[in-house]
Design a protein around this ligand. Structure first.
Ligand code: NCD
Ligand code: ZN
Length: 346
């Protein structure tokens, strides 16, 4: 089989962390990806333009010599976010999106939004200037079952916000349900959805049947098989409003393999090879470039990358390290659970 060459991909949802972890995981993304929308959920979070500028500098300082990578910065929306600060950060090109975490929804989301009326001014300003809102779409009401939190969020929070803020550009991130797919499909051209690599592979049985697998635990949690199939159809179907956001989210193994384990799958290392496998299985290799390299850039108003990446089919399964070493401890690389006969060759 002849190798396939794509525009270099962009990862439209990535956790790079900071310090020793940043140093170790950044090359894993920069090896294949030209750019990434970088999540702001550090401790403390990246709330102001000044904090985003300092974080971008730390990322660029951690980039090994000879690697090219452009971090696309985001701001963490809080109830005290200043619309003027956001607008200035967007106008300067520093910030490409604002991230909405409902308070308590996921890792480091304690400073997120509780009362959505209190961010109305920021959202209206964002709609006026065309700055996208990236949304972690899960309700946090403790009485709502964790497997229902995404579908409930659409009705209770996301749709009301979008109706109240006409023109607001929204990325519903890491969608995990058929309801999420349907909402994005019916949402018009101000709405997009990102899909992770691992949610194309995992259903909740992979996580929970035959023993609990902490390295498959992430948020939003993997759902039933019919949801996974809906995600695969959306990712490989060619629609421009679905694109890759890996949500690669490193945690040291001792915090994953724990009585109260952290949420997050670390997929930066092998995402492109796994996606080639998935798209080949779906007979959609010709749509891989759109999903990884064109649709996301278009939604964010960026030109596609000029550089290319080549993937080739291999006779023997691809081999990755089971884990990478970081200054914060070893981090397990996502194991898809099947052999992958693809590798990035160039
Ligand atoms: C992310 C993390 O670890 O920061 N975890 C995850 O399971 N995806 C947070 C997030 O994106 O929800
Ligand atoms: Zn994430």
């Amino acid at each position: 089989m002849t190798p396939i060459t794509l525009r270099r991909p962009d990862d439209m949802h990535l956790h790079l962390r900071d310090g020793a972890m940043l140093e170790a995981v950044l090359p894993e993304s920069a090896r294949h990806f030209a750019r990434a929308i970088v999540m702001p959920n550090l401790v403390p979070p990246v709330v102001t333009a000044a904090q985003a500028a300092a974080y971008r500098d730390r990322i660029l300082a951690a980039l090994p010599a000879g690697m090219a990578f452009e971090p696309l910065m985001t701001l963490y929306l809080t109830e005290t976010t200043d619309p003027g600060d956001v607008a200035a950060a967007a106008a300067s090109g520093l910030v490409r999106a604002v991230k909405l975490y409902p308070a308590g929804a996921t890792t480091n989301s304690a400073s997120g939004v509780r009362d959505f009326d209190r961010v109305r001014g920021v959202l209206e300003r964002m709609a006026a200037i065309g700055l996208p809102l990236c949304v972690h779409g899960e309700v946090t009401d403790p009485v709502v079952d964790i497997f229902d939190r995404e579908a409930m969020f659409i009705d209770r929070v996301l749709d009301p916000i979008r109706r109240a803020t006409p023109g607001l550009r929204v990325v519903m991130e890491h969608i995990t349900t058929a309801e999420g797919v349907a909402y994005v499909q019916g949402g018009g051209d101000t709405l997009a959805g990102t899909i992770t690599t691992h949610h194309l592979i995992l259903n909740r049985n992979h996580l929970l049947a035959g023993g609990i697998r902490p390295h498959y635990y992430c948020l939003p949690v993997a759902k039933r098989e019919h949801h996974r199939l809906a995600l695969r159809a959306a990712a490989t179907g060619g629609a421009v409003r679905f694109f890759l956001g890996t949500d690669s989210a490193p945690h040291p193994d001792h915090l994953k393999e724990h009585a109260c384990g952290c949420a997050g799958c670390f997929t930066a290392t092998n995402t492109m090879a796994i996606l080639a496998h998935v798209f080949e299985e779906e007979g959609a290799l010709d749509r891989l470039e759109g999903f990884t390299s064109l649709h996301g850039a278009a939604f964010y108003g960026l030109a596609p990358n000029a550089a290319r990446i080549t993937l080739e089919k291999t006779a023997i399964p691809a081999a990755w390290p089971a884990r990478i070493a970081t200054g914060a401890g070893p981090v397990t690389v996502f194991n898809p659970g099947f052999p992958v006969y693809w590798q990035v060759s160039d």
